[in-house]
Design a protein. Structure first.
Length: 475
């Protein structure tokens, strides 16, 4: 392990790395079921066969990308099909089906061609250091604001959208909008119907879990985030059993632990349908590829830069060592996703939870990758971890990442405005890439308007223009 991951050099241990890897996995395990749900309309499109295929593709592609990250870059970052990108992919597939009159599965296979082209393009750009040059073109002031903006995004996920409640009154109902956002408790209870009890349990679980993490971290307990998630899970399970009369382990009865490999082979594995793809037109295909590329590239860059900054893995210029290898790993993950049958695989912002748990090397990523592989067999067990428990971890990590604001020169408008825009746009849009885009555009505009245009590199201007095109001309 020492030779492979240089643990002593990075000031860590095998135990710390494994705990960090488990922490990362538990905060992002939701993607295992959510991704196939989003890509198949909760099984309504393509039926259970496609759902099973996408489920296995999610586990395998996430594991491949994350394990490549472990050995190639020796970084503690995990990968999985990106949120936002998977929803966009589902819309693209539905549009292909509408335009061509193909079945949803055939349209899905046509859509996978877009992901394959994107992944191969990223491999080429990464090998020739183009993606790394793009990273270096992001001004230091903008880079310093990425980590705090991601922190707010994590807070928004944890408090706003990670734990949705459904009831006969509708849904989803969320903690900040429908519980704390209600004018009175009685109004919240009326609006949520029978879901109000679950909401109260969610809020209690979330905050008790958060305080457990804070208390353990204060005592410098290794693995405080993981233990907080586990403690919060126990609280939630107990609450379900005692106050709601629900068996939290009911889902294990009759659950299948056998991976549906045949379904994946029939629907998604190496199922590329180029002939049907180009029925929607060359220009549309090129536009879609560029759209996926832009979003994925800057989501990945933002996650890597922001999380590495928080962990102290960057130099005085804000550059992360082995960035090229990390970007290559991301490209490999996307190609693996296309081959197995899922949307774009990208570096997950939840990796920050593992970094906060002490993860500093590829052993953290390897642990997470192995857990994804194991989930092909133990998915019912992974599904038992309640969303409010992982929300506690996301809130804690989000607060810590806000600490990066101390590095911002708020008396410099060329830093203050781009960072402020990123702070508000990332949590609202749910896209790290879009936040960086607004930051770069505003930075470039300020430099031009203040007579300092020559201080900005041509590549920074080019990227800013690319984002302008994306925002105003590309869907």
């Amino acid at each position: 392990m020492e030779k492979l991951f240089r643990l002593k050099q990075n000031g860590t241990t095998v135990r710390t790395e494994i705990i960090a890897g488990l922490t990362t996995f538990m905060t992002m395990a939701y993607i295992i079921a959510l991704n196939p749900n989003l890509l198949t309309g909760f099984g309504a499109n393509g039926g259970p066969t496609l759902w099973n295929g996408v489920f296995l593709a999610t586990c395998i592609a996430s594991a491949i990308g994350t394990i490549v990250m472990a050995f190639l870059a020796n970084k503690p970052f995990a990968m999985a099909p990106g949120m936002g990108l998977n929803s966009f992919f589902a819309v693209v597939v539905a549009n292909i089906a509408s335009i061509t009159s193909l079945s949803y599965i055939e349209s899905f296979q046509a859509g996978l061609c877009i992901i394959l082209i994107e992944g191969v393009l990223f491999l080429i750009l990464s090998l020739f250091n183009v993606r790394q040059k793009i990273v270096e073109a992001i001004p230091l002031g903008v880079r310093l604001g990425i980590a705090p903006a991601i922190g707010l995004m994590l807070l928004n996920i944890g408090l706003g959208s990670n734990a949705g409640i459904y009831s006969e009154a509708g849904g989803p109902f969320y903690v900040m909008r429908d519980f704390f956002g209600a004018l009175t408790p009685s109004l919240a209870k009326t609006n949520m119907g029978s879901g109000y009890g679950s909401m109260v349990l969610t809020v209690v679980t979330m905050f008790v879990g958060l305080f457990i993490i804070v208390a353990l971290a204060h005592k410098k307990v290794k693995g405080s985030v993981l233990y907080g998630i586990l403690g919060a899970s126990v609280i939630y399970w107990a609450g379900e059993a005692i106050f709601m009369g629900v068996n939290p382990f009911e889902s294990l009865k009759g659950a299948s632990f056998l991976p549906p490999f045949k379904d994946m082979a029939d629907t998604t594995l190496f199922k590329f349908n180029f002939s049907h793809l180009f029925q929607i037109g060359w220009f549309t295909v090129i536009t879609l590829v560029l759209t996926f590329c832009i979003i994925d590239m800057f989501d990945t860059i933002g996650t890597l830069v922001g999380t590495a900054s928080r962990a102290g893995m960057v130099d005085e210029k804000g550059n992360m060592p082995k960035m090229k290898e990390a970007l290559l790993s991301d490209a490999v993950g996307t190609v693996a996703g296309a081959v197995t049958g899922t949307s774009t695989v990208t570096t997950f912002v939840e990796s920050a939870s593992g970094v906060e748990a002490g993860g500093r090397t590829g052993l953290t990523a390897l642990t997470t990758g192995v857990m994804f592989l194991a989930c092909m067999f133990i998915a019912p067990l992974a599904a038992l971890i309640p969303a409010p428990a992982t929300s506690a971890a996301l809130i804690y990590v989000g607060v810590l990442m806000l600490g990066g604001l101390k590095n911002i020169a708020f008396d410099d408008i060329s830093q203050m405005l781009p960072v402020s825009l990123m702070l508000i746009s990332m949590p609202i849009s749910g896209s790290i890439g879009h936040g960086i885009g607004l930051g770069l555009i505003s930075f470039s505009a300020i430099k031009i308007l203040t007579g300092k245009a020559k201080e900005v590199s041509w590549l920074t201007y080019a990227i800013s223009v690319l984002f302008l095109v994306k925002f105003f001309l590309v869907a």
